[in-house]
Design a protein around this ligand. Sequence first.
Ligand SMILES: NC(=O)C1=CN([C@@H]2O[C@H](COP(=O)(O)OP(=O)(O)OC[C@H]3O[C@@H](n4cnc5c(N)ncnc54)[C@H](OP(=O)(O)O)[C@@H]3O)[C@@H](O)[C@H]2O)C=CC1
Ligand SMILES: O=C1O[C@H](COP(=O)(O)O)[C@@H](O)[C@H](O)[C@H]1O
Length: 588
Amino acid sequence: MALSAARCPADSLAAGGSLRSSAFLRPFPRSVLAARVAPPPSRNWSLAVVCKQEAGTAPVPSTKEAAPSTKVENGGLFGLSSEEFRDVISPDANERESTVSITVVGASGDLAKKKIFPALFALYYEDCLPKHFTIFGYARSKMTDAELRTMVSRTLTCRIDKRENCNEKMEQFLKRCFYHSGQYDSEDNFAELDKKLREHEAGRLSNRLFYLSIPPNIFIEVVKSASNSASSKNGWTRVIVEKPFGRDSDSSAALTNGLKQYLEEDQIFRIDHYLGKELVENLSILRFSNLVFEPLWSRQYIRNVQLIFSEDFGTEGRGGYFDSYGIIRDIMQNHLLQILALFAMETPVSLDAEDIRNEKVKVLRSMRPLQLEDVVVGQYKSHTKGGVKYPGYTDDKTVPSGSLTPTFAAAALFIDNARWDGVPFLMKAGKALHTKRAEIRVQFRHVPGNLYKRTFGTDLDRATNELVIRVQPDEAIYLKINNKIPGLGMRLDRSNLNLLYSSRYSKEIPDAYERLLLDAIEGERRLFIRSDELDAAWELFTPLLKELEEKKIAPELYPYGSRGPVGAHYLAAKYNVRWGDLSASETA
Ligand SMILES: NC(=O)C1=CN([C@@H]2O[C@H](COP(=O)(O)OP(=O)(O)OC[C@H]3O[C@@H](n4cnc5c(N)ncnc54)[C@H](OP(=O)(O)O)[C@@H]3O)[C@@H](O)[C@H]2O)C=CC1
Ligand SMILES: O=C1O[C@H](COP(=O)(O)O)[C@@H](O)[C@H](O)[C@H]1O
């Protein structure tokens, strides 16, 4: 029987074309309830009344609203049926009076074009956006509304499985997109934006989301100007902040303090788009809802965990940004560490954002700060293959010559708690490698007294189970098991129990930005980084980053398109580990 848990009307995830799949419903976002109860006017961002309601002081909801909130408080995993859900979110008399304005600050930039506008269109196509919404692009570049629409239209695509009325939907969507040109530090320019937003809001309850898709050095001036001149007067105001959130503990704390001059913590949505990826989202479900995994999730059965990120292209075009950050800050300290925290956390009290983030912080705070001897850094160099010359990192004109910035790093991390004591968590991240992939590999221990030891010879690794969660591409979860090759003999084989998403599910997997934008609109914070999580993450990496920089550690060079520096193998071998992605069966 289907356990429906649709978020948007069109979100009935068909497994093999039917409603066979079951999915957990996230707790119903309180803000959705709150948004339909007009809060008294507030004067500025930090006093936004919706925040108080979200903290549990919302006016008593109507009978219709009481149902979902009761379920949330009961911590029910399954929540509402899709009928109940639709009934609650469908535009009733109150909701028709509220509106959401989404302002993409830095709308002329790469991320806005590549990810944000396409994600907003996908949400619109799926009927996930509220009835009354407006999208504004804001940047210094001079553009008319029509020019913004032309720019955006070039980036919009229809889902492979949903092409019906797509062009018509695009046109309707573009009509809801507008542009305002202004300086980032100008309260006057933001006041002009405010005026335009108010015209579109037409007296409805105004909820405003600002997406800061700009370089981090201007985050605070934008927040200040927008806060003083363009925050909602009667609804919520939220701000999505893109990474990087600083480059070490001090700069991150300074950024947080700067933002908090104008915003409450619960208005800040620090995005880590890896948390919005389908397979990362599925991690907790895999673990906490399957009895075959949860009891194995500890040092008793798990030998090591590997978190692997690789890209088959270099920093082309982003060398300027990248050089002052490097791969450890760009990928490890955020994306891979967030996955690690989700993987290793204790069972949260509920699926509520604060309960989950509390558990993640505990794991991060139980980790040992990284030691230099547990880290290998590399940098790609030019390589010619098939007559094509691939540039080295320092060949990029935006990269200072002689740069020591790592484009590859491997590290061994440890969680000093009872569950994970002594288990190496190996991370590996690199650009310009031989393949593009992101995955989590869980290598289990050997079966004690393995009856079939002889069949495997001395290579016991071949006999151990490995669970692979392939985040991208070709999303999949597979488990390597031992089985007998059919026949009269007794030969063993290693096979994959394979859940390949493209075979199992006919629906295209949404982009991470879609999920995260929808969450921010709904006020669901579970997949955003809280400031204490961020502090804990920086505490782990800051001493190492300082040491690397102070000692001017030279990265090991590896050819563009290779498997990375050999040092990564030695690091793994130090802990008796082999990288799973480089085993013969994976590279065949
Ligand atoms: N691009 C990506 O794939 C990813 C980006 N990010 C983060 O997202 C944010 C936006 O990224 P992205 O779109 O690539 O950035 P861009 O460099 O494209 O900048 C976005 C916009 O900001 C304005 N801008 C750029 N540089 C400056 C400056 N020095 N001072 C003032 N304004 C400036 C420009 O608009 P105008 O001149 O019109 O005002 C530009 O169009 C950044 O924080 C980045 O780190 C995170 C993950 C991936
Ligand atoms: O945050 C970042 O992520 C991208 C990789 O994201 P993906 O979703 O395409 O895997 C990476 O290229 C970039 O350097 C980094 O800043």
